[in-house]
Design a protein around this ligand. Sequence first.
Ligand SMILES: Cc1cc2nc3c(=O)[nH]c(=O)nc-3n(C[C@H](O)[C@H](O)[C@H](O)COP(=O)(O)O)c2cc1C
Length: 255
Amino acid sequence: MKRGGDTGRDLLNIPKPPLALASMAGIVDVDFAKRFEGDIGIAFLGGFSVDDRAMSASMKMVERGRKEFIFEDPLKGIERELKKSKDCKFRTGINVRGSEPESYVEVARLAEKYDAIVEINAHCRQPEIMELGAGQSLLKDLEELGRIVKLTKDEGVIVSVKFRSGVVDEGEIIRVLGDSGADIIHVDAMAREGYDLKVLRKIRGMIASHLIGNNSVRKPEDALRMFSCGVDMVSVARASLEGNIFREIRKKLCL
Ligand SMILES: Cc1cc2nc3c(=O)[nH]c(=O)nc-3n(C[C@H](O)[C@H](O)[C@H](O)COP(=O)(O)O)c2cc1C
């Protein structure tokens, strides 16, 4: 078992510092995440398409120029990554899009063996993924999202749900995630420009689950603003392509 940090993170067994690498399909695998070892508490690998229909959607996306992780057998591909991440200092999360609830359950069984977090992707808005009823379209069927969270949790894993704010009333989403027992709420607080701190404060006031704030963190000051809204962790995707932003944040904020 990897070491935890303070109380909240101890319960979820998340190492310090309270910074996470957010998923970028076709980019964030264990080799990429290792660049930030010691500077992140979680690496959300993927996103991964985890069943045949979702994988076909990924292949169509590749044809039109998007990066995706393509595996002949998605579960075997994910397991290879999980094996590689075994001795890493960060906790591993697997960002998942599936075409049916059973797909999330199968990944959860695998993740449980490696003590990994399952992150349900209710965020992706690529048309091929949305057509499957996965990604952001789960926000239009919150009952289904709640069911997937419950079924996934039944496999004994920590469940995170990632979504973009401003799509559906956040109060509704949080009510469903609270009822279904999501452990981590990962919010892309996208705004017209930069991030929406008001929405992070609002969500913080609604739920005690572990909250991760995301979007447009490029400097330590951005992370500080998010922390001051009460988030437990801050995650970064794009800025990680330009260097070790996590170390910069960690040093400046003494994390
Ligand atoms: C190329 C790329 C691929 C992405 N793929 C995923 C994905 O598969 N799953 C997911 O939940 N978010 C995905 N995201 C969204 C990021 O994790 C993040 O929420 C978003 O980019 C905003 O954070 P940032 O400003 O730190 O990049 C992707 C973003 C980019 C730029």
